[in-house]
Structures are given as structure tokens and as C-alpha cells.
Design a protein around this ligand. Structure first.
Ligand code: ZN
Length: 166
């Protein structure tokens, strides 16, 4: 590790700091652990990443990247399954049975593509899935309402019926 900054002559020291971000593959703004020491010039702030620091940084950013993908998928799925069953979602997306549950539990790390796809689907699940099936010749499904919602619909119909009868 160098100890003198070639840019300004300031002292370079292993520095841990909060609020730093970095990039991994196609995602930027990934948090760098506050306790990860990076040789940094105390005067001008220039970072001097040596091999060992580089390896630690790469590993930390990869972990943050994977966590970003898992979190995005989890949030999107939680929203999607309010109107589409997990089973329908899996069939429509061609995913293995049970995979959506694993994503929801954070037990699997989705690809960037799948996470991004789920994020977009969550904006209008039924409409997007129908558009996709139409464009791709996808499997036609009933897109039954999830169990909780079917019950809610039944109750609503019953209540409406009761009002009409009264
Ligand atoms: Zn400097």
C-alpha cells in the first residue's frame, strides 16, 4: 500500500467510512460496508485500491448486488400475488414449481432480468401478463384470484346480494 498520495502529497491511510457506494455489473449506488477499510488520502480523498482491498470490495459489492436483486423480487412478488396466484405466476413466467415461494422467502437470488421483469409486472400484474402471453404465444391461464381475494370477492357478492334482496 502506498502511504503518500501521488496527487497531493497527503497521507494515505486505511479508511472506513459510512455512506460510500459502488457499482457491480449494471447496478450502481450499491452500499459499501461502513467498516470496509479503503486506503484513502486524508487530504484530497482519493482512494487507492490495492489487490486485497479490491478483492474485499468486489465481494462486498457482489453481495450488495445480490441482496438488491432479492429485495426487488421479494417486494414485487408480494405485490403481484395480491392479484395473481403464485402458481399462475410461475406457469406464466416458465419458472419451476415453488420457485416464487423461494424468491419470496429470500432463499434464491434471481437474475437481474427476472428481478427487473417482476418489478415491471408488479405495476399492473394481470394486464402485463396478458399482454406478454399474447405477444409471446404464452400459455393461457385462468389467472384465478388468489385464495384470500376469492374469499373477499365471495363476501362482497354475498353482501351485494343481501342488499339487493332487502
Ligand atoms: Zn491526495
Amino acid at each position: 500500500m502506498i502511504d503518500k498520495c501521488p496527487l497531493c502529497g497527503g497521507r494515505v491511510r486505511p479508511t472506513a467510512k459510512r455512506g460510500r457506494v459502488g457499482r457491480h455489473r449494471n447496478v450502481r449506488d450499491l452500499p459499501i460496508p461502513a467498516d470496509l477499510e479503503i486506503p484513502t488520502c486524508a487530504k484530497c480523498g482519493e482512494a487507492y485500491v490495492d489487490l486485497a482491498t479490491g478483492r474485499a470490495l468486489d465481494a462486498a459489492l457482489k453481495a450488495a448486488y445480490d441482496e438488491r436483486l432479492r429485495a426487488a423480487a421479494r417486494t414485487a412478488i408480494a405485490s403481484i400475488i395480491a392479484s395473481v396466484t403464485q402458481k399462475d405466476l410461475e406457469r406464466r413466467l416458465g419458472l419451476a414449481h415453488g420457485y416464487v415461494s423461494k424468491l419470496l422467502a429470500g432463499k434464491k437470488t434471481p437474475s437481474y432480468d427476472l428481478a427487473a421483469h417482476l418489478v415491471l409486472l408488479a405495476r399492473s400484474p394481470k394486464r402485463r401478463l396478458e399482454e406478454e402471453a399474447e405477444a409471446m404465444g404464452g400459455v393461457g391461464l385462468s389467472l384465478k384470484a388468489p385464495a384470500g381475494h376469492a374469499e373477499a370477492d365471495k363476501l362482497r357478492r354475498k353482501r351485494r346480494g343481501a342488499t339487493a334482496a332487502a
